[in-house]
Design a protein around this ligand. Structure first.
Ligand code: UT7
Length: 332
């Protein structure tokens, strides 16, 4: 996809991170692990955990509200709300509909999107298409996850990795030649078995047995996902560069999915990018699935790192298995 007669880009961003911090030292008291192992093998030092009485829609609402304000818009200006999440408040109504009610976005349609950690990129593609087709003017896209609720706190292989949070963006028209210049999405359903939450759907509904067997928690073959991630992050980034006709030397920042510092480093090396061109915040938050990329983007913007006309690649991978990337010439 290339941009033709109009520019479509991000008009505003927002985030919400729960206040409660769980450090690696806290995890040392829960499973057989160490701060040293977690930091050296993943790059994570701490993650945020949402209070028990709250759920994904709460964080999504907070992040979405900030993004609408940051875009200089009112809730009634939003035509569509997409919430990317694998941890909706409930199966239905969708979390997007709960957010639509909370934010009083009376003119917005709303739906949830599930592409795991690639969800924000899939959502950008959906938002772009809706606006390009003239069906919407302003789309509120939110990546929000309460992964602590589906994390097996007895499994050291996975529980050290994940955290809770939400990131949001409002997508709309920007000047021609700016905004989203190219998108690449992909999926490999054969590899889906490497990262699952087996129960809770129509195949294995909740039963005493499924709960006792801890089947409602994340299960992952970390090594398989690791290899897939390094390959697809680099390949997908090269695809959007090619589609947009931009050289890697002209990329100012890579905003990768924040899963593991070693995955990010290996992808960066494949792309021959210097370290200072990569946005990293996973040390503070761990892997927040579809919230990782929008939160990293929001923080880089707020720190003043990203400037007008900077070329960014947003890139991620995740359950499904899925991947995606998006090349943006920044304008706000
Ligand atoms: O958003 C997508 C979601 N998923 C991912 O991004 C995950 C991608 N994969 C990874 O990030 C890495 O594969 C992990 C961080 C999950 C694991 O790192 P690894 O270097 O692939 O370790 P490993 O699974 O090969 O395990 C090495 C050793 C094992 O011990 P033995 O068999 O060598 O004795 C594990 O049992 O490390 C052990 N281990 C731990 N030790 C201390 C695994 N987890 C831990 C832990 N603390 N938390």
């Amino acid at each position: 996809m290339t941009q033709n007669d109009m520019g479509i880009g991000i008009l505003g961003t927002g985030k919400y991170l729960p206040e409660k911090i769980m450090t690696n030292h806290d995890l040392e008291k829960m499973v057989d692990t160490s701060d040293e192992w977690i930091r050296t093998r993943t790059g994570i030092s701490e993650r945020r955990i949402l209070d028990k009485e709250k759920a994904t829609s709460f964080m999504a609402t907070q992040a979405g509200k900030k993004a609408i304000e940051d875009a200089g818009l009112k809730p009634k200006d939003i035509d569509l709300i997409i919430v990317s999440t694998v941890t909706p408040d409930m199966a239905f109504p969708s979390t997007a509909c709960l957010v639509q009610d909370n934010l009083e976005c009376e003119n917005a349609a709303a739906y949830d999107l599930e592409a795991a950690c690639s969800g924000f990129l899939y959502g950008l593609s959906m938002a772009y298409s809706q606006i390009y087709a003239g069906l919407c003017k302003h789309v509120l896209l939110i990546g929000a996850e309460t992964l602590s609720r589906i994390t097996d706190w007895n499994d050291r292989n996975t529980c050290v990795l994940f955290g809770d949070g939400a990131g949001a963006a409002v997508i709309g028209e920007v000047p021609k030649g700016k905004g989203i210049l190219a998108i690449d999405l992909g999926a490999d359903g054969k590899g889906g078995k490497h990262l699952t939450q087996p129960a809770g759907g129509s195949l294995i509904p909740a039963t005493i047995e499924s709960v006792n067997n801890r089947m409602h928690y994340i299960r992952m073959e970390g090594n398989e996902v690791f290899k897939f991630a390094v390959r697809t992050m680099a390949e997908s980034s090269l695809k959007v560069l090619d589609k947009a006709g931009i050289d890697i030397k002209d990329i100012d920042f890579l905003v990768p999915h924040q899963a593991n510092i070693r995955i990010i480093d290996a992808s960066r090396k494949k792309l021959k990018l210097p370290e200072d061109k990569v946005i990293i915040n996973l040390n503070k938050y761990g892997n927040m699935s579809s919230a990782s990329i929008p939160v990293a983007l929001e923080e880089a913007l707020n720190e003043g790192r990203i400037k007008e006309n900077d070329n960014l690649i947003l890139v991620g991978f995740g359950g499904g298995l899925t991947w995606g990337s998006c090349l943006i010439k920044w304008h706000k």
